[in-house]
Design a protein around this ligand. Structure first.
Ligand code: FES
Ligand code: FES
Length: 365
C-alpha cells in the first residue's frame, strides 16, 4: 500500500491505496464520486475523462498513485463552473444525451476543447471529440450543443487554456537539471510509477538492460553485448497497422542521484518515419525506503508520415497505456517472475478510436 495526497475538486485528500488502483476506481470506490463513469476501462471510450492538473485525462488508465500531488477535477467539481453550465444547457436544448453514460466525459472533453479552441469549426470539433464515444444518442446533437457554446465568448471567470500543445506535468521529484527543455517541436511527456520495492532493487533492475528492456511492451534488444550502447527495436501496433522503429540507443547513469538517461534514434522502414528521443528516469524513495517512485520524462520528435502520431491526446493515451503495462511487467520482474512480460492489449476498441485518424493519414477507411 502506498500513501497518496491529491486535491480533488478543491479538497485535500489523503489515502493509502494499492499501487495498481486506477484513478477512476479511486474516485468512484474510495471517494464515492460516481459521476466519473467507466466504460471500456482501456482508455478508449472517454467516459472516465477527468482533469488532472488542468489537462483532460482518462482516469481508467491513470494510476491513483501516479497522480500524487496533482489537482484532479471530476465532473462533480464543475457544478459551479459557468462554462459547464452553458454546456449543460446546450446539451439539454439539443437532446445531446439519452442514457447519459457518456455525458460526464463528453462535457469535460467539450469544455476543454472550447477553452483551447474557441470558435473552432465543425470539422475541428468532430476531430477533437473523436475520443469520446456515445452508444445511444448519436453524435449530431452533441456536435450541435458544442457548436452552440463554442462560438460564444468565454465566461469571464473561465481562463482560456494555455497555448502549449503538449502537456508537461512539472514534478517536484525531478530536479531542474534533470528536466531539459527538449528540442523545438519535440513532444514532452512525464509519467510516474510507484513500485513496491526498495530503490536499490529498482535501480539494479533499471541498470540491467537485458532484464528491463523486455518489460517495455513492444521493445526488444537486437544487439547488446553489455556496455552503454545497444541496438534495438520498438514496435507500436494500432489495429492492422504497425510501425517498427529500429535503431541505436546509448545510456548514461548517475547512481549517486539515481538518475538515468537513454538517448535513441530509430527509423520505421515501412513509413520512412524517423524518430529521435530521450528518456530520463529519476528514482526517489517512498514509504520509508520500502517503495520507489520512478519519474519518467520522455521527449521525442518524429519526422515523416507518422509525425502526425505526435497528436497530443493520442500520444498521451498510448504512453499512459505503455507505462501501466511497463509498471506491471517491472513489478513482476522485481518479484522474481520468470514469465514472459505481457505486451500491450491494443484490441479492436483502440482500433475504433484511431480508425478515423489512420484513414486520414493513409487515405483509406
Ligand atoms: S473507461 Fe476510461 S476511456 Fe473508457
Ligand atoms: S447518451 Fe448514452 S452513451 Fe451517450
Amino acid at each position: 500500500m502506498i500513501p497518496v495526497e491529491l486535491t480533488i475538486n478543491g479538497k485535500a485528500v489523503k489515502k493509502t491505496v494499492e499501487p495498481r488502483l486506477s484513478l477512476a476506481d479511486f474516485l468512484r470506490d474510495h471517494l464515492r464520486l460516481t459521476g466519473t463513469h467507466t466504460g471500456c476501462e482501456h482508455g478508449v471510450c472517454g467516459a472516465c475523462t477527468v482533469e488532472v492538473d488542468g489537462q483532460i485525462a482518462r482516469s481508467c488508465i491513470n494510476l491513483a498513485v501516479a497522480c500524487d500531488g496533482a489537482q484532479v477535477r471530476s465532473i462533480e467539481g464543475f457544478d459551479d463552473d459557468p462554462l459547464m453550465e452553458k454546456l449543460r444547457q446546450a446539451f439539454t436544448a439539443e437532446h445531446a444525451l439519452q442514457c447519459g453514460y457518456c455525458t460526464p466525459g463528453m462535457l469535460i472533453a467539450a469544455r476543454d476543447l472550447i477553452r483551447r479552441k474557441p470558435g473552432a469549426d465543425l470539422a475541428t470539433i468532430r476531430h477533437a471529440m473523436s475520443g469520446n464515444l456515445c452508444r445511444c444518442t448519436g453524435y449530431v446533437g452533441i456536435l450541435r450543443a458544442i457548436q452552440r457554446v463554442i462560438g460564444e465568448p468565454l465566461p469571464a471567470e473561465v481562463a482560456p487554456a494555455p497555448k502549449a500543445v503538449v502537456a508537461v506535468t512539472p514534478s517536484a521529484a525531478v530536479p531542474p537539471a534533470a528536466a531539459p527543455a527538449g528540442r523545438a517541436g519535440w513532444t514532452t511527456l512525464e509519467q510516474r510509477i510507484d513500485l513496491p520495492h526498495a530503490p536499490d532493487k529498482v535501480w539494479a533492475l533499471f541498470q540491467d538492460l537485458a532484464r528491463v528492456a523486455p518489460c517495455m511492451p513492444g521493445a526488444e534488444l537486437v544487439d547488446y553485448a553489455g556496455g552503454d550502447r545497444a541496438r534495438g527495436r520498438v514496435t507500436a501496433k494500432f489495429g492492422p497497422i504497425s510501425a517498427s522503429f529500429e535503431g541505436e540507443a546509448s545510456f548514461r547513469a548517475d547512481p549517486a542521484q539515481r538518475i538515468g538517461t537513454i538517448l535513441g534514434t530509430g527509423r520505421d522502414r515501412r513509413s520512412a518515419t524517423r524518430a529521435e528521443g530521450e528518456v530520463r528516469y529519476t528514482l526517489t524513495p517512498l514509504a520509508d525506503g520500502k517503495a520507489t517512485r520512478v519519474v519518467i520524462l520522455l521527449q521525442f520528435g518524429l519526422a515523416g508520415p507518422l509525425a502526425q502520431f505526435g497528436r497530443t491526446s493520442l500520444v498521451q493515451d498510448f504512453v499512459s497505456r505503455l507505462t501501466v503495462q511497463f509498471a506491471r511487467n517491472a513489478e513482476a520482474a522485481l518479484a522474481g517472475s520468470t514469465a514472459a512480460p505481457k505486451q500491450l492489449d491494443t484490441g479492436s476498441m483502440l482500433w475504433a478510436v484511431v480508425k478515423a485518424w489512420l484513414a486520414r493519414l493513409f487515405g483509406r477507411g
